[in-house]
Ligand binder design. Structure first.
Ligand code: ATP
Ligand code: MG
Length: 354
């Protein structure tokens, strides 16, 4: 039997074969919009059956001695007992079985709560409540283009925006031959890893080395980083518009490095008439790392391969660049020609899925 999904008042009911339970729980823990998951057993609408299911639920969840309470909810009013009567009957049954092992009722602060949801098609009995990822259903908020480097931050930034319902496409700037196939592989694997959270994340790979060389030739040393960021945004914006993405997303955090000061962000943002979301702006590095570990991108991000910007890092990047200075620095470059050429040569990789 495959899984079946049905919308019930206040809940979504997912029915799976018993041997697929762990697999289903793992998959559901990656569905945005879910607040909590309660693995339940469905029984016939008959008190004796409900009692036995409730007993099994408590002992599979906790080792005696423990305190517990029963919390029944009766949506099906044709069931002969009221909710308080169900609580009493089932609570009494569990006590009879387990009192000798030190199990007690505590209605105020129980260690275990057994929930009984009485509906027209049966009673759903459960005691585990597993937190879901929360957020909004993926795609409900539109689509964004993530600037995905091989670093720790940008995949986490993408994840946070997926959590708020934004479907993703990603763009990676690759500096072949300055960086190897391995750094490109990293971006592909990161896009793949983000795809596990509900919707595939197509990855656009842009050859950036030629542009970096041009920037290196035209811009003063201390403006190289800003120049590269501005070119990345121009290209990403162009691709985003062609793919119906409404915003750009980056992994920047205020003050982390020279190009992430407020002045730098202003100077970078100036080149594009599209909103840029920076969900990690207020995060410390440790908080970002912690999240990266939990969503499964940290291992990929920390594989030891250089990313493209490491090859063109100036000794003293300017931390407070003004837009006029950036324009002046770019004045010897054919900016729009370079953007057009880069966009034309983009390779798009669809995730393998799985
Ligand atoms: P990350 O860990 O995401 O690489 P970072 O702290 O190393 O971030 P920067 O290298 O300054 O910061 O990059 C800032 C942001 O610019 C990144 O989070 C990412 O969104 C984007 N970016 C940087 N390099 C690339 C790249 N090669 N391809 C795509 N986007 C990039
Ligand atoms: Mg980086």
């Amino acid at each position: 039997m495959d899984a079946a999904v049905a919308n019930r008042s206040g809940r979504i009911l997912v029915t799976v074969p018993a041997d697929r339970e762990e697999h289903a729980l793992e998959a559901l823990s990656r569905v945005f919009g879910i607040v909590s998951i309660s693995p339940a057993v469905k029984t016939a609408l008959e008190l004796g059956t409900i009692e036995r299911a409730a007993l099994e639920a408590v002992i599979s969840d906790a080792n005696p001695p423990f305190t517990f309470k029963v919390e029944a909810k009766r949506a099906e009013k044709r069931f002969p007992l009221t909710s308080p009567e169900i609580n009493q009957a089932v609570g009494g049954f569990i006590l009879d079985e387990l009192e000798s092992r030190g199990v007690r009722v505590d209605v105020h602060r129980p260690e275990v709560t057994v929930y009984i949801d009485v509906r027209s098609d049966g009673a759903y009995v459960f005691s585990r409540v597993i937190p879901g990822p929360g957020g909004l259903p993926l795609g409900a908020s539109g689509k964004g283009m993530l600037l995905l480097s091989g670093g720790i931050d940008s995949p986490v930034a993408g994840w946070y925006m997926m959590k708020r319902g934004i479907a993703l496409e990603a763009i990676h700037f690759h500096s072949f031959p300055y960086t190897s196939e391995k750094s490109r592989r990293k971006a592909i694997d990161l896009a793949e890893s983000l795809s596990r959270w509900g919707l595939p994340v197509p990855l656009h790979v842009c050859q950036f080395a030629h542009i970096q060389e041009e920037i290196g030739r035209s811009c003063p040393d201390d403006m190289i980083t800003i120049g590269m960021r501005r070119m990345m945004l121009r290209i990403a914006g162009e691709v985003a518009r062609g793919r119906e993405c409404q915003v750009l997303i980056t992994g920047e955090s205020v003050g982390q490095v020279a190009s992430q000061t407020l002045e730098s962000m202003n100077t970078i943002d100036r080149v594009i008439g599209m909103t840029i979301l920076r969900p990690l702006c207020g995060f410390d590095k440790m908080e970002i790392i912690d999240r990266a570990r939990r969503i499964g991108t940290f291992e990929i991000s920390t594989r030891p391969f250089e990313d493209c910007c490491a090859m063109f890092v100036p000794r003293n990047p300017r931390t407070r660049p003004r837009p006029e200075q950036a324009e002046e620095a770019e004045s010897g470059m054919d900016v729009s020609g370079l953007v057009t050429e880069a966009v034309q040569n983009i390779e798009t990789i669809a995730p393998q899925g799985g």
